[in-house]
Design a protein around this ligand. Structure first.
Ligand SMILES: [Zn+2]
Length: 301
């Protein structure tokens, strides 16, 4: 049960109270976090609070211990400081009062790993049962394609004309993918970052926007061979084609036209505002590595 998310004004007030105490204890260390402090001071996540309320019950269950807005801010800070492991970040929050305060948590009252993963689950709008079933579903490994493509060439299009069909559907007022699981994350990104960039004038002339799109390979850490669950090994058979379990069942093999090699993972596609300061990202989409993602997008109105 979520009763209230803290506002940005309340967070700034919290910083005003806590920073002088940290300054008195660790002046030099706090100075080394000045860049991060400036970022969280200006990072207004109030638009995200309205969206996050929908992820929690307002009347049922135990009250949430940690403010979801602070968890979101903490995740932004985590990536800004170069942490890519939630476990290591949780340890850092517990041992470092400065990181806890910059996230919006009281020192020594920081969330654990489970809280962060529960937050991810809530943001990912997919039926939990379906996701668990897919994760434990056994299947044969997808073999790495043997035939290499020509240097610099892209993967062939699987469904020619599909972009035109999607555009037509969009022009008729229908949402191309109304149930995509990442829609809440994209909306938070649009409201908290893209809208603010437009408001600050970093993206000039938003009604005459020039977008540029580019894809890149995102390699997963999971094995493309899966985990064997059969007992062939006990019988002395070390090479079998039995179905296996995959820790990242959505990952697939794709062609990296920059490095001219196959990779296992996802295809990341980013649309950026070409005329903006520093080519700011406008829309981010993750797709299967075996698919090409083209220059189409759907913006939240
Ligand atoms: Zn087997």
């Amino acid at each position: 049960m979520l009763i209230k998310c803290s506002s940005h004004v309340e967070f700034q007030q919290f910083l005003r109270q806590r920073i002088p105490l940290l300054w008195a204890l660790e002046e030099d260390r706090l100075m080394s976090f000045s860049r991060s402090l400036t970022k969280v001071w200006f990072l207004n996540l109030d638009p995200a609070a309205c969206l996050l309320y929908k992820c929690f019950s307002s009347s049922m269950g135990r009250p949430v211990l940690y403010d979801p807005v602070c968890i979101l801010r903490s995740l932004v800070l985590m990536l800004d400081l170069g942490y890519h492991s939630v476990t290591k970040w949780v340890q850092a929050l517990r041992s470092d009062d400065i990181l806890a305060v910059l996230s919006g948590f009281e020192p020594h009252k920081t969330p654990g790993v489970g809280t962060f993963y529960d937050f991810f689950d809530r943001l990912w709008l997919e039926d939990r049962k379906t996701r668990i079933e897919r994760r434990f579903k056994l299947r044969s490994p997808i073999k790495k394609p043997k035939k290499k493509l020509k240097a610099g060439s892209k993967q062939p299009v699987k469904h020619p004309g599909v972009v035109g069909k999607l555009c037509k559907r969009f022009m008729n007022g229908r949402v191309p993918f109304p149930l995509r699981a990442e829609r809440l994350i994209q909306e938070i990104f649009a409201r908290c970052f893209v809208d603010v960039s437009v408001h600050m004038g970093l993206i000039p002339d938003p009604l005459k926007l020039v977008l540029s799109g580019d894809g890149s390979s995102l390699r997963t850490g999971s094995s493309p061979y899966g985990v064997k669950v059969c007992d062939c090994r006990n019988k002395g058979i070390f090479s079998c084609d039995c179905k296996r379990r995959f820790s990242d069942p959505e990952a697939s093999w794709g062609w990296d036209s920059y490095r001219n090699e196959y990779y296992y993972g996802y295809s990341l596609y980013v649309l950026t505002a070409a005329s903006s300061v520093g080519e700011l990202p406008m829309y981010i989409r993750l797709g299967q590595a075996c698919r090409q993602i083209f220059n189409w997008c759907y913006f939240f109105s």
